[in-house]
Design a protein around this ligand. Structure first.
Ligand code: AHR
Length: 649
C-alpha cells in the first residue's frame, strides 16, 4: 500500500515539473539555399474520374457516341440508330439518328445518365448544346429536359431543328430544384428524322466562366494550394496499357468536338474497381491544362510517352509494347511539336493552333518529362534518343527522367546512375509507402549527391493500412516534407498523388481531394500540401537541435525558411508524439518584430479524417500572437503540424 502511495505522489510531482522546451538554433544571418518556386506542386492524372466526371465540367457522358458500345450512358427510346455516314466530325464519326412517326406513341428520344448522375443546383444556369441536322421536309421541334433524382421534370425548353446541314444549337436551362443525380433528356416533339451529335451540357458557372470549362470548386481547390508546378497528364495513362491507347497529346487539342476519344486505362486495370464506362473525352486536353497551369501560377510540366507501354502491364521488352529505337522518330517529333504548341511563334504550325484556340501568347513551358514509371535498359536507350534531339533543338527545356516506380531497389539503383550519365536535369521519384516510411525518412535527401540531377518527388503519398486519408498519413507527410525543404538545394519539386477521386468512381486511394457531383472535401493531406505551398519561403535557413537537424528525435521534426519578400522566418514544426511539448527558438542574427502568425493542423485522433458529410474535422486553425525578444518559446501540442511566420524588424 505504502509503495503504491509513494508512486502516486512521485507521478504527481513529475507531472508538475514543466517539461523542458526543445531548443532550436536558427541561423537567420545567412541563408543556405534558394527554395525553388516549383518546390510544392500538383500532379494531375485522369484516374478516379478526375477529368471526365470530375474537374472537366461536362455533365454528359459519351456525348459523341464514340464509346465502344456507342449507346453506353444513354437510355434510348423510340426509333434510334447509330450511324456514321456523312458525319459532322471526321475524327468522331458516330452520331445518333432519331425518327418519329405518327405510329410512334412513346416518342423518340434519349436520356443521358451523366457521371453517376448529374449534379444540378437550383436557380443556376446550364448550357445545353447539340449539333443537329434535319432530314425531313419540315422543321422538327425537340424538347430538352432536365430531370431530377425521382424523374420529375426540373427544367424544360425546346429547340427547332431547321437546317438540313449540321448546325450547332444552344439553349440555357435553369432547374427549379437541386438534384445530385439528375439526368438530361432529349425528345422529338414533331414527326421527322433528325441526326444529333456532340450532345453537351455544362454549368454556366465554370472556373473563370469559360465555355468548355472546369468545375469551379475543384479548380479553386487547386489554386488554393498555391502550386509551383503542375505535372500532367499522368501517370500510367501517359504510357497506355498498349501503345495505341497511350496519351497522345495531339488528340487532345483543336476543336473539342473533333478530339478522338480514348479508352481510359483505369477503366479495366483495377480488377476490383472496373468502370466499363470510363473513357477520356480529351475535352480537358493539353490546351486546357496549360491554361489551368497559367491560371494557378504553376509551371506546366507535361509528360510524354517515351515509346514504352506500361511496363507493369506488359512483359519486359515485349516487342508489342515498345517502339523499336529506329522508329522512335514520330514520338520524338511529338515532343518537339508539343514544345512548339506551348511556346512556338504563332506562325508555326502548332503555335498557330494554340493562337486559334485562344492563346496567342506562349505558355512559356520550361519542363518536359519523358516517360513515367519506366525501368531497365529499354528505357535508358529510348530516353537517350529523345535527349539527343531535345538537347540540340531545345537546350532551354529541362528534361525529367524516371527512377522507376519504387523508392529503392534494383530498378532505382540501376536508373539513378544512368540518369546522371545521361545528364537529365531532374529525376522523377515515386513512393507510395506506409506512414512509418515517411516518419523514418525525413533524412532521405540529406546524403544525395549535390552534383548530379535534381530530384522531382513526382508521386508520393503515405498509404495507411486502411488506405484512408486520415490524420496519421497527413502528419507523416508533413514530417517527411521537412526533409524535402531542408534539402531544397537538391529537391526542386514535389507533387502528391493522385490528386482527385470521385467518391463513387475511384480506382485508387488515398487521394488529395474527394468529391461527388455537388461538393468536394479537402483531406488533411491536402491541408499539409497547402500549408507547405502557401508558406514555402524563398530560402532555407540552418535549423539545428543539439547541432543536428531535427528529423524525428522525440518524434519531432523541424525546418526553417526565410521569405525574402515578406522578411519573415518560417518555421514548420511537426510533433508526431502523444506528448504536448514546447520549443524555444534561438534566432541567431534576427530580431523578431513581435508579430507571429501561427497556423496549426492538429488532431488527438490519428484515425480522424474529413468526409463529404463532415469536411471540417481537421482544418487549419490560424492565430496571431505577440512575442518579445529573439528566443521565443512556442507551445507544440501533441500530434500537430504548425507553421510559424515570424516577422523580422
Ligand atoms: O498515381 C497513380 C499511379 O501510380 C500513377 O498512374 C502511376 O504513375 C503510379 O503507379
Amino acid at each position: 500500500m505504502k509503495t503504491r502511495l509513494l508512486s502516486i505522489v512521485l507521478l504527481c510531482c513529475v507531472s508538475l515539473v514543466k517539461a523542458q522546451p526543445i531548443e532550436l538554433q536558427v541561423n537567420v544571418k545567412e541563408t543556405v539555399a534558394p527554395i525553388q518556386p516549383t518546390m510544392y506542386g500538383i500532379f494531375f492524372e485522369d484516374i478516379n474520374f478526375g477529368a471526365d466526371g470530375g474537374l472537366y465540367a461536362e455533365l454528359v457522358k459519351n456525348r459523341s457516341f464514340e464509346f465502344d458500345y456507342p449507346l453506353l450512358g444513354w437510355e434510348p427510346f423510340g426509333q434510334i440508330e447509330i450511324l456514321t455516314e456523312n458525319p459532322c466530325f471526321d475524327k468522331n464519326p458516330h452520331y445518333v439518328q432519331l425518327v418519329k412517326t405518327e405510329q410512334n406513341r412513346t416518342g423518340t428520344g434519349l436520356v443521358n445518365e451523366g457521371f453517376f448522375g448529374m449534379g444540378f443546383k437550383k436557380g443556376e444556369n446550364y448550357r445545353f448544346s447539340v449539333y443537329a441536322r434535319n432530314l425531313s421536309e419540315k422543321p422538327v421541334k425537340m424538347a430538352v429536359d432536365l430531370i431530377g433524382n425521382d424523374r420529375e421534370l426540373t427544367a424544360y425548353s425546346s429547340i427547332e431543328i431547321n437546317s438540313k446541314e449540321w448546325k450547332q444549337y444552344e439553349i440555357v436551362l435553369s432547374p427549379n430544384r437541386t438534384d445530385e443525380k439528375g439526368r438530361l433528356r432529349v425528345l422529338l416533339l414533331d414527326n421527322g428524322i433528325v441526326d444529333l451529335d456532340h450532345i453537351s451540357l455544362f454549368p454556366e458557372k465554370t472556373w473563370k466562366g469559360r465555355k468548355n470549362g472546369l468545375r469551379n470548386d475543384l479548380a479553386q481547390a487547386l489554386a488554393d494550394l498555391n502550386p509551383g508546378v503542375f505535372r500532367f497528364p499522368g501517370g500510367c495513362i501517359v504510357e497506355g496499357t498498349t501503345l495505341e491507347n497511350r496519351y497522345n497529346w495531339k488528340n487532345s487539342v483543336g476543336p473539342v468536338e473533333n478530339r478522338p476519344i480514348n479508352i481510359n486505362r483505369w477503366n479495366y486495370s483495377q480488377a476490383i474497381r472496373r468502370f466499363p464506362d470510363y473513357y477520356q473525352s480529351y475535352g480537358m486536353g493539353f490546351y486546357e491544362l496549360f491554361l489551368l497551369s497559367e491560371d494557378i501560377g504553376a509551371e506546366p510540366l507535361p509528360v510524354v510517352s517515351c515509346g514504352l507501354a506500361c511496363q507493369f502491364e506488359n512483359p519486359y521488352a515485349d516487342p508489342q509494347a515498345m517502339v523499336p529505337i529506329k522508329q522512335l522518330d514520330s514520338y520524338i517529333q511529338d515532343a518537339l511539336d508539343l514544345i512548339e504548341f506551348a511556346n512556338g511563334d504563332t506562325t508555326t504550325q502548332w503555335g498557330k493552333l494554340r493562337a486559334e484556340m485562344g492563346h496567342p501568347a506562349p505558355f512559356n513551358m520550361k519542363y518536359l518529362g519523358v516517360g513515367n514509371e519506366q525501368w531497365g535498359e529499354i528505357y535508358v536507350e529510348r530516353l537517350a534518343e529523345f535527349l539527343k534531339v531535345l538537347r540540340k533543338e531545345h537546350p532551354e527545356i529541362k528534361i525529367i527522367g524516371s527512377s522507376g516506380p519504387f523508392k529503392d531497389g534494383e530498378y532505382f539503383d540501376y536508373l539513378w546512375p544512368e540518369m546522371k550519365r545521361l545528364q537529365v536535369d531532374l529525376v522523377d521519384e515515386h513512393y507510395y509507402n506506409p506512414p512509418s516510411f515517411f516518419y523514418d525518412n525525413a533524412k532521405r535527401y540529406d546524403s544525395y549527391d549535390r552534383q548530379g540531377p535534381k530530384v522531382f518527388a513526382g508521386e508520393y503519398a503515405a498509404h495507411h493500412h486502411t488506405r484512408k486519408n486520415n490524420f496519421d498519413s497527413a502528419l507523416s507527410e508533413a514530417a517527411f516534407m521537412t526533409g524535402l525543404e531542408r534539402n531544397a538545394d537538391v529537391v526542386y519539386m514535389a507533387t502528391y498523388a493522385p490528386l482527385f477521386a470521385h467518391i463513387e468512381g475511384w480506382q485508387w486511394k488515398p487521394d488529395l481531394i474527394w468529391f461527388d457531383n455537388m461538393k468536394s472535401v479537402k483531406t488533411p493531406n491536402y491541408y499539409v500540401q497547402q500549408l507547405y505551398g502557401q508558406n514555402a519561403g524563398t530560402h532555407t535557413l540552418k535549423l539545428t537541435h543539439n547541432g543536428q537537424p531535427l528529423t524525428g528525435e522525440q518524434k519531432m521534426y523541424a525546418t526553417a525558411a526565410f521569405d525574402q519578400e515578406t522578411n519573415e522566418v518560417i518555421l514548420k514544426i511537426v510533433n508526431a508524439s502523444i506528448n504536448n511539448r514546447s520549443i524555444k527558438v534561438n534566432m541567431e542574427g534576427g530580431n523578431p518584430s513581435g508579430e507571429v502568425k501561427i497556423t496549426m493542423l492538429q488532431s488527438d485522433m490519428l484515425e480522424a479524417e474529413n468526409t463529404l458529410t463532415s469536411p471540417e474535422t481537421i482544418i487549419p486553425e490560424e492565430r496571431t500572437i505577440t512575442i518579445q525578444g529573439n528566443t521565443p518559446e512556442f507551445h507544440v501540442p501533441k500530434q500537430s503540424f504548425q507553421v510559424f511566420r515570424i516577422k523580422l524588424q
